[in-house]
Design a protein around this ligand. Structure first.
Ligand SMILES: [Zn+2]
Length: 476
């Protein structure tokens, strides 16, 4: 994710208010996703209502691991009505007499587990499911949830803005980081549980539905509608799922390196289409050389007419919310395909592994294209002695202020300091080894530090501690 300059200025203005100052060491504000009272303590055999991320106690769920989602939705922009059926293939990691999915709003009409009707209950954003027969540890099971209603995005003006399933004048802009995918389908809403996806999205004729991965079909549906089917065969975190739909102009082809490339723009951004397509292709091919082979089967980008004030790195389909992206932000979102999408965080506190790396990629792109070098970018940032980033250690993203500038810029600076310490050859080998070792999986900051030490043969604890974990400006 990256905020546009305008939005960043607005956020910075907000953050100067004492109540939400991010960097004064005050206790963290409540979780960004607005969780309230936790569900009652789980009884024996009940899956936990959270996946175990202490900063976001109700995000995700315990007791099972999702392998695949089949998300079928019909959406009518004129009425903002969504009909949905989500089928989830999962494996029980403990005996389960009941378990939770995350779902916010929307009306559930039926839940089945392995084809048998199951009991269900709603507790805030938790859908509590009681299968007719308890599941054994290791059992593979299928849960099917039928639901409908008007999706409501999450609105969090002090931190992230609006995210989730966001209605637009002609459809919907769907960008869900960190926990907004529960606004449009039931799921295990935390990056620690990755899964493959099929999407079947039915919209009024003339509209286009864009989801992750590859388009596998476009067929006429009853009522003068069109069904788009998309398949993401590589594991994906829930916040990267999209079903952005509306009027779009498309340009399709392949990058010079042979990767299928799809650019889509709302007609209001007609003039942005050519550049979006071309630059997305160039950046994808260049990162494939720097970071290692492109991890997915398609690349591209989507500009929609919702002024989100940010871009999000939706897997294979970065979304730009209401602006014509410059090259730097395209470089950022496409670097996330390696850092964040293929290699995903296990806990939100490690978010610098996504944002610090993607910001550093902006500096690498500048260096590559004859602009300021990464070292020059570093020096410029380091010179600002009173920058609030020095009080916010980026290696520990705060739940009430996840997307703090420090996680981005001081995270990127950490990588430049590391590059100086280990040299270019080891540094770029480290980036490639990191993405190869954790491809399609999850990873943590201690794992990155350990790999950096192993490949460089150097003791780097002091460097990482000063740059990632101390609330002060490190000496260089
Ligand atoms: Zn980002």
């Amino acid at each position: 994710m990256r905020f546009t300059r305008q939005a960043t200025a607005a956020l910075l203005a907000l953050l100067t208010l004492p109540a939400c100052a991010p960097s004064d060491g005050a206790a963290a504000t409540p979780a960004a996703s607005g969780k309230g009272t936790p569900a009652p303590v789980a009884d024996a055999g009940a899956g936990a209502p959270g996946i175990g991320d202490a900063d976001f106690p109700l995000d995700g769920n315990g007791g099972y691991d999702v392998g695949h989602y089949d998300v079928t939705i019909g959406y009518t922009p004129a009425t903002k009505h969504l009909d949905g059926v989500t089928t989830i293939d999962a494996t029980a990691t403990q005996p389960l007499s009941r378990f939770n999915l995350d779902l916010r709003g929307l009306e559930v009409s039926e839940v089945t587990v392995d084809g048998a009707k199951a009991g269900f209950d709603r507790r805030r954003d938790e859908l509590v499911i009681t299968p007719a027969t308890a599941l054994a540890k290791g059992a593979r099971f299928t849960v099917k949830v039928t639901y409908a209603g008007e999706p409501k995005p999450v609105k969090d003006p002090s931190n992230l803005g609006t995210y989730g399933f966001i209605p637009t004048t002609d459809g919907a802009f769907v960008a869900s980081e960190p926990s907004g995918s529960k606004t449009w389908f039931p799921n295990n809403d935390h990056p620690a549980d990755k899964a493959t996806f099929d999407f079947r999205i039915t919209v009024p004729r003339g509209l286009t539905a864009l989801a992750n991965g590859e388009l596998t079909g476009k067929t006429a549906a009853p009522g003068g509608r069109t069904t788009f089917t998309w398949r993401e065969t590589h594991p994906m975190v829930t916040y990267l799922a999209t079903a952005t739909l509306g009027k779009f102009e498309l340009r399709q082809g392949r990058t010079a390196g042979g990767i299928p490339n799809l650019a889509a723009v709302d007609p209001a951004y007609h003039d942005a289409l050519g550049k979006l397509y071309r630059v997305s292709g160039e950046v994808t091919d260049y990162w494939s050389k720097v970071f290692g082979p492109y991890p997915f089967s398609a690349t591209g980008g989507v500009v929609d007419n919702f002024s989100a004030g940010y871009a999000l790195e939706n897997q294979t389909k970065p979304m730009y919310g209401g602006f014509d992206p410059d090259t730097s932000i395209i470089a950022h979102e496409l670097a996330h395909q390696w850092f964040g999408d293929s290699v995903s965080i296990e806990r939100w506190k490690d978010l610098w592994l996504n944002e610090g790396f993607a910001t550093y990629a902006e500096w690498l792109w500048s260096e590559h294209t004859g602009g300021a070098t990464a070292e020059a970018m570093f020096r410029r940032q380091y010179a600002a002695k009173n920058d609030p980033i020095w009080k916010y250690p980026p290696g520990r993203a705060k739940p009430g202020d996840l997307f703090n500038q420090s996680v981005y810029r001081r995270g990127a600076m950490t990588l430049q300091v590391l590059r100086r310490a280990v040299g270019d050859e080891t540094f770029f080998k480290l980036l490639r080894t990191w993405v190869a070792d954790h491809k399609y999986g999850n990873a943590t900051t201690p794992e990155f530090i350990a790999l950096a030490e192993r490949l460089s043969g150097k003791q780097l604890d002091t460097l990482f501690d000063a740059w990632l974990f101390q609330p002060s400006r490190p000496e260089v």
